[in-house]
Each structure stands twice: as structure tokens, then as C-alpha cells.
Design a protein around this ligand. Sequence first.
Ligand code: GEK
Length: 248
Amino acid sequence: MSQFDSKPDAIFAEPLTQVSDFAFDQRVVEVFPDMINRSVPGYQSILQGIHQLTRRFAQPDSRLYDLGCSLGAATLAMRQGAQGASGINMVAVDNSEAMVERCRLHLEGYRSEIPAEVKCEDIRDTQITDASVVTMNFTLQFVPPEQRQGVLQTIYDGLKPGGVLLLSEKFKSENAAMDDVLVDLHHEFKRANGYSELEISQKRAAIENVMRIDSLETHEKRLREVGFSAVQVWFQCYNFAALIAVKW
Ligand code: GEK
């Protein structure tokens, strides 16, 4: 499913005098597929799972949302998964203009009967209505922690009965020693994918202010607090996990 062309990610390859906060700008768009595949363990398996889960949970006459769509990889997985169901509309949202522009091109490149709208918008402002599947594939971690509950409540309220949230996140272990193990495993994964120590440490410095991660326990508790009655991790590799939360 690595369907998009990409330049190799060398954004943090040279020493920087000052590492600025990470931004999803044009430079990142050009290397994004390479970056995410080499940085997120299980990314392709998660896309495959999103396809399968959408096939299972997409309801006729409903909307599918991909919040924080980037270049549209999960959007395409969902749209393909829902193929054949009637009255489906797809809504993809990202607040990076550069991402949205490229995402629109990608979606136009794949024929589908399911109409897809790509909106440049902050997901904190997105209205969710008549949804059967809402995906946030590594996006909630970029929303300030104190605003995550509000975003999840809006999603829960906008889901139809039987609808699902597919939430993937990098997480931290509540046990510090175990967290060190998971972080080391992830860094080994990045090294094995050709990233240098310098790239790993500069990327870490760039992302630490913009991506604040929770524990899986915090995610599960918050999902239950907004109303989801069933919450299940369906994929995990090191400190990356994908959950499904169902509104029965
Ligand atoms: C994939 N889901 O390939 N509102 C809208 N978009 C946002 C916000 C926000 N508040 N904050 C961040 N983003 C994709 C990968 S990447 C994950 C998602 C990563 C957007 C941001 O612009 C970026 O495109 C995306 O969320 C996160 O399946 O790079 O680690």
C-alpha cells in the first residue's frame, strides 16, 4: 500500500544550529511517505487494518471521516474498504495547506464511486455528523492534551449507533523502565531503516513540543469517559498502537 511517490527523507540529516519545532510544510510533504514508513512501525499493517475495519463498520448512507489525513493514505484505505456500500461520503481533513493540496491530487488519481471532500481545517473545528467510521491515524497526538477530550466528544456525538473511531497513536508506557525499552526498540527500528543518530536526535528535539503523547491507559480512560462502551487495541508494535472504539 506504499502507493505515493516520495523523495528520501533527509530533513534532519545535516547538523542544525537550532532545531525548530516540526511543521507539516511543503518540504515535509515531498518526503512524507518515506518519512512515515521509516519512522512508524507497522504503518502499512495499520493501513491494511483500517481498510478491513472500514469494510466491516461502514454503514450505508453515512459519512466516513479521516482527521489529519496528510497525503490521504488512510483516506484511500477507507474509501476502498467502503466500496460497494451505498450513500457513502468521505471527508478528509488536515490543517496543513501543503498536505491538503497534495492529498487532493492523490485522491483524484484513484477512481471511486465514493465522493471525497478534502478540507483544510483544524480538526478541533470539524463538525462530525452521521458518521459510521472516523479515523485519526496518528493525529490526536498533535492536539494539545487538554483539548483531546473535546475532540473525542465531538466525534462520539457525531457517530451513528454502531459507528467506530479508529485511533492510532504513539504512546508512552506508565512504567519508566518499560518506556525506555519501547523507546530503544523504536530507535533501533529507525536505525535499521537508515536513520543516523543525528537524524534521530534532531527529529526528537523538533517534535517534542508539538507531539505530546499519552499512555494507553489514558487513551482508554478518555475514550470511555466520552461514552465509548467498547475499546480495544487491535495493533501494537513497540510504542505505537491502534485502537478501535465502538459506539453501541
Ligand atoms: C496517514 N493520517 O498517513 N487539525 C488538522 N490536522 C492536524 C492537526 C489539527 N489540529 N494537527 C496535526 N494535523 C496520516 C498521518 S500525520 C502523523 C497523519 C505524523 C495533521 C498534520 O498536518 C499532519 O498532516 C497529520 O495531522 C499528522 O495515515 O506525521 O506523525
